[in-house]
Ligand binder design. Structure first.
Ligand code: HEC
Length: 220
């Protein structure tokens, strides 16, 4: 008899705990800590952080992954300095020139023209005016200058840092140097391959000069 009472009470208690559960409402949380985050939300507003939110700015002087620091200023003086002191750190290989040509035809030729004479399709259709020829005698076109204008743009020309990475900008630069030389009737850049062929000792560490190893994921 005692056992029967106990089991009846147990069944009643069990039913009263589960019976009135309303499926349209959230159930009781016995240990809410298990469900509700106790940590700070990244972009939530909290007075205790110096800038009002948990997400902090990168430490001063941080350099994003894949980004190459560029020391020349975005100014006329910066451009002049780049023109005289900035040099291409990559070897002039056929591969670099070929990639440079491809990229040039994607990004630059619409204005500057395939030959660099300032006769791009936008100029021919009179959509864009004032594009100089690379052979314009009043302009001093050097490798540093070509790279610099891709970094910052120049007046109505925009910057190309979000479309190209460091190696790609130098590849484009090499192609522009060759276009400029062709327009002026000068000799193109000497290929590294040709220098090595001509070298009698022959051991200049050609493997080290290859630019393949550079990662291509800059794009910022
Ligand atoms: C929207 C048209 C346009 C595009 C696209 C463009 N440029 Fe230009 N570029 C210009 C104009 C305009 C100038 C002349 C700027 C000035 O001197 O005021 C110029 C000037 C230049 C110069 C001469 C700089 C100097 O020192 O005088 C170089 C080199 C150059 N561009 C390279 C490039 C390269 C490389 C690309 C592709 C990555 C490119 N441009 C894409 C419009 C363009």
């Amino acid at each position: 008899m005692k056992r029967f009472i106990y089991s009846t009470v147990f069944v009643l208690v069990a039913l009263s705990l589960t019976g009135c559960f309303d499926q349209s409402k959230p159930n009781y949380q016995f240990m809410p800590d298990m469900y509700e985050p106790v940590s700070y939300e990244t972009y939530g507003e909290y007075g205790i952080f110096p800038n009002g939110q948990e997400a902090m700015l990168p430490a001063e002087g941080s350099i994003p992954r894949g980004w190459m620091p560029y020391e020349f200023e975005n100014s006329t003086a910066g451009l002049e300095l780049a023109k005289t002191t900035l040099n291409n750190p990559h070897p002039v290989t056929q591969k670099n020139l070929d990639t440079g040509k491809e990229l040039y035809e994607i990004y630059c030729a619409v204005c500057h023209g395939d030959k660099g004479d300032g006769q791009g399709i936008l100029v021919k259709r009179e959509k864009f005016l004032g594009i100089p020829s690379y052979a314009d005698p009043v302009r001093v076109i050097t490798e540093g200058g070509i790279y610099h204008v891709q970094m910052y743009g120049l007046n109505s020309m925009g910057s190309y840092t979000s479309q190209t990475n460091e190696l790609e900008r130098w590849q484009i630069t090499m192609h522009v140097q060759n276009l400029t030389a062709a327009l002026k009737g000068e000799a193109p850049l000497t290929l590294v391959e040709a220098i090595i062929d001509a070298d009698v000792a022959g051991d200049h560490g050609i493997e080290d000069m290859d630019s393949e190893g550079l990662d291509n994921d800059e794009g910022h």
